[in-house]
Design a protein around this ligand. Structure first.
Ligand code: FDP
Length: 282
């Protein structure tokens, strides 16, 4: 696992350089979910594939940008599911974006994830590493290397609300939940990039990030293997929680296919209890 983390550090440095110096604009292709791929998406994916291809520990990789699993080493122990560059719709406006890696061992689901790593490319480059059973650790890229800053622990209640999804398509009980948090004094913090938005809730030690099912997309938008389950591990290990619209931990979630999505709620105890109340019986 240490070697995989070291490799992801190298990948992060390469992708950060690509974001700063690479070409902007769209490629000719779209990914498995139908999003038109940016040149940066495709190039980040290639960087990751080339790095992981050198690691015998890695059995297979599954990228958000690829339709199918790519088998690498038959005797490898881990399958890595990753979103090479999350936040495609905001990268060209110079907002923060990220890479997400879920490392799975025996099964490709919430029970099988053994570690999660994400990288935020913002004014600084930061990385959060979560190994199952341990507190997440924050690293910052300083003077040519990732340096450990601290462990991350969440409080039981926060102050910020990051509500995703098209509001006109929210179900009434979801609308009521979001409004009730604002009525309690929560402040809106939503950039449209899952990685920086969740990073903010986590480092502020609380609050809510939600991407619900909506009337047009009942299973939400965010992809289980590459996005939701990795962050579910991080939030849970930090002392927060991550649930679906039935109130079940996302670490119990089992996707029906590689690019499956799920409604998702990440937060501290207080806000997650509010989600459960709002969705209970809805
Ligand atoms: P994007 O479409 O830019 O790739 O991964 C999907 C994602 O970004 C998340 O990063 C982000 O939280 C979400 O979509 C934003 O979706 P909305 O624009 O519907 O809020």
């Amino acid at each position: 696992m240490k070697e995989i983390i070291k490799k992801i550090e190298t990948i992060a440095i390469d992708i950060d350089r690509l974001i700063k110096e690479g070409e902007s604009g769209y490629s000719q292709n779209s990914n498995a979910t139908g999003d038109v791929q940016l040149k940066l998406d495709v190039q980040s994916d290639t960087i990751i594939e080339e790095h992981f291809a050198t690691m015998p520990q890695i059995k297979a990789i599954i990228s958000e940008e690829k339709e199918e699993q790519l088998d690498l080493h038959e005797d490898g122990e881990y399958t890595v599911c990753y979103d090479p560059l999350d936040g495609s719709s905001i990268v060209d406006f110079n907002l923060s974006v990220g890479s997400i890696f879920g490392i799975y061992k025996d099964s490709l689901d919430g029970k099988g994830i053994v570690a999660s790593i994400y990288v935020v490319y913002g004014p600084r480059v930061e990385m959060v590493v979560t190994i199952r059973g341990q507190k997440p650790k924050l690293y910052r890229y300083l003077n040519g290397a990732f340096r450990e800053q601290r462990e991350i622990t969440m409080d039981t209640k926060g102050k910020i609300n990051a509500p995703g999804g098209t509001q006109k398509n929210w179900y009434p009980h979801h609308k009521a939940l979001i409004e009730s948090l604002f009525n309690e004094g929560y402040r809106l913090r939503y950039s449209g990039g899952m990685v920086p938005d969740l990073h903010q809730v986590l480092l502020k030690k609380g609050g809510l990030f939600s991407y619900p099912g909506t009337t047009d997309k009942p299973k939400g938008k965010l992809r289980a293997l590459f996005e939701v389950i990795p962050f579910a591990l991080t939030f849970t290990q930090a002392g927060g929680n991550a649930i679906d619209d039935k109130g079940v931990s996302l670490l119990e979630f089992s996707p029906s296919f590689l690019h499956d999505t799920t409604p998702c709620f990440f937060g501290s105890e207080y806000e997650i209890n509010k989600v459960k109340e709002a969705y209970n019986g809805a």
